[in-house]
Design a protein around this ligand. Structure first.
Ligand code: ATP
Length: 494
């Protein structure tokens, strides 16, 4: 244990972690001091989550050590949030505190509900704390995880690790979270913040530690850094604006979707005319309906529609299976639960939905064709490590996202529905995904992108529908389509 109060709260020395055939952490040294916010950055697969898992006791290191100051606790919010999906927000929060044991108290239910509400409203709009977590949006689940990590601290000199906590949050929600984080740091906590959003690193961090292939390549105060320098360190490549590689596809072609009066979840009377080759964004704050639109269009969320036509074909009973048959595919935000078969290899996950293409009649799967297809997708999307035979669950979060997007683009769908497509993805991969989406649109796919990232929508889309209170509040195109305008419309600002 670190004894002296002027010493760091956490010191990591020469930490080493290997997995078969790769070194995930290569003799990493790191210090976290009281009162500082440290941004931990690095490309997908650079070792950030591995470091946190070792400190949290999930993995054992193969070498090196770490120590904490007396009384300092380490708290973690992992990418997968580690919440119990079948329980409500209130119950998840009660598990963290002594309330979980007070099962006989008649007032227990009310008390845990009130406690949960109190914690959750620190981070923005209140929601139903008694509803099971799997019915909440990703952003609401993140809010529950953050509330749980900050609940019940007896003193402030703890270290809080946040692994991409803002991925599903809108900009204003991010600012609420940042204010809470800054308050904790000002009270003496050490914060380690993992993010691929460099603008967030800029606005929040005091110091930046950069990892590349498990090694520390930079450790310096943020004020001494240039943004381009940071991007180069993280990607290992000269900086190019992620959105600067081509103009948005704008050739509006045949009708892909014609929808009138779509209602379901928090959305009412949603109308859409989508054409081949168009990229249409869906923006809006948490609770505006933005996050429900792709699932409603896909049929994975219950919805009614007065008119729903794919091309010229009316779809009366819509389910994911009928959508797929009519060329409508969906990449959900919550890929860990909804988009991958965790025990299958990356190759199997890539080729599963379209095995017919690599299967000859009455013959086993043509594994050579399947392998060639997987290798091609890995190269195109820069998936790391380039091991198509590795179980998908062993890839880092961002690399899993690249695999899922590659899969859905493969069969040239009529309509591609993307929910938070670059969540957890580094700047290099973001650029690869934008290029692939534009290429798909140029080849005739109509794309819907629901995103909390206004800059992403302004960069990628031909037009953006801004949701407010479950309805389309504004449609932005041409010169009106800017990041600022999207945010202003989402919040009803002048
Ligand atoms: N259990 C495991 N078995 C084998 N390899 C693993 C395992 N866990 C992680 N890895 C590998 O270790 C490397 C580091 O992964 P890690 O998840 O720490 O990256 P990361 O920096 O958090 O990435 P991301 O930004 O995509 O979340 C990657 O190459 C990953 O594939």
């Amino acid at each position: 244990m670190l004894e002296d109060r002027t010493q760091p709260l956490l010191r990591v020395s020469a930490l080493l972690k290997t997995f078969p055939g790769l070194t995930a952490l290569d003799h990493l040294d790191l210090e976290v001091r009281s009162g500082e916010i440290l941004a931990l950055v690095g490309h997908n697969g650079s070792g950030k989550s591995t470091l946190m898992k070792i400190l949290a006791g999930v993995y054992t290191a193969d070498g090196g050590a770490f120590e904490t100051a007396p009384g300092t606790e380490l708290h973690f919010i992992h990418q997968d949030l580690a919440l119990i999906e079948q329980l409500s927000a209130a119950e998840n929060l009660a598990l963290r505190s002594d309330e979980g044991a007070a099962g006989l108290s008649p007032y227990r239910e009310r008390r845990i509900r009130e406690h949960a509400r109190e914690l959750i409203t620190r981070f923005g709009p209140e929601f139903d704390v008694t509803c099971p977590l799997h019915q909440l949006s990703p952003a609401q689940r993140a809010v529950v995880a953050i509330s749980r990590a900050m609940d019940g601290w007896t003193h402030s000199r703890n270290v809080l690790f946040l692994d991409e906590p803002t991925e599903s949050l809108h900009r204003s929600e991010v600012e609420v979270l940042f204010q809470a984080v800054r308050r904790l740091a000002a009270e003496g906590a050490g914060i380690v913040f993992v993010s691929h959003r460099l603008d967030e690193v800029w606005s929040l961090a005091d110091r930046v530690v950069g990892l590349r292939d498990g090694q520390k390549v930079i450790d310096q105060p943020v004020v001494e850094m240039l943004e381009t320098q940071l991007i180069e360190i993280v990607t290992g490549a000269p900086h190019e604006d992620a959105g600067a590689d081509g103009t948005p596809a704008s050739a509006a072609g045949d009708r892909a979707l014609h929808v009138r009066g779509l209602s379901g979840g928090s959305v009412t009377n949603f109308d859409l005319d989508l054409h081949a080759g168009e990229i249409v964004g869906i923006a809006g704050t948490l609770g505006s309906g933005r996050e429900a639109v792709p699932a409603l269009l896909y049929g994975s969320m219950e919805a009614d529609a007065e008119v729903f036509e794919a091309g010229e074909t009316p779809l009366r009973r819509r389910t994911p299976a009928t959508s797929l048959r009519h060329g409508i595919t969906f990449v959900p935000a919550d890929r860990g639960r909804l988009a991958v078969v965790r025990d299958f290899t990356a190759r199997e996950n890539l080729t599963l939905p379209h095995l017919a293409a690599t299967t000859r009649a009455f013959a086993p799967i043509d594994s050579r064709a399947e392998r060639a297809e997987a290798a091609g997708a890995f190269a195109e999307y820069e998936v790391r490590p380039a091991r198509t035979e590795q179980r998908i669950a062993l890839f880092s979060g961002g690399n899993q996202q690249k695999i899922v997007i590659a899969r859905s683009m493969h069969r040239r769908p009529r309509v591609l529905l993307l929910d938070e497509p670059t969540q957890g993805v580094d700047v290099g991969a973001k650029s690869a995904i934008y290029t692939a989406v534009r290429r798909g649109a140029a080849a005739g796919t109509a794309v819907i992108v629901s995103s909390s990232d206004a800059k992403e929508l302004a960069t990628l889309c031909d037009r953006v529908l801004v949701m407010r209170d479950g309805e389309v509040g504004a449609e932005l195109t041409g010169s009106q389509l800017t990041e600022r305008a999207i945010v202003a419309e989402a919040y009803g600002l002048p």
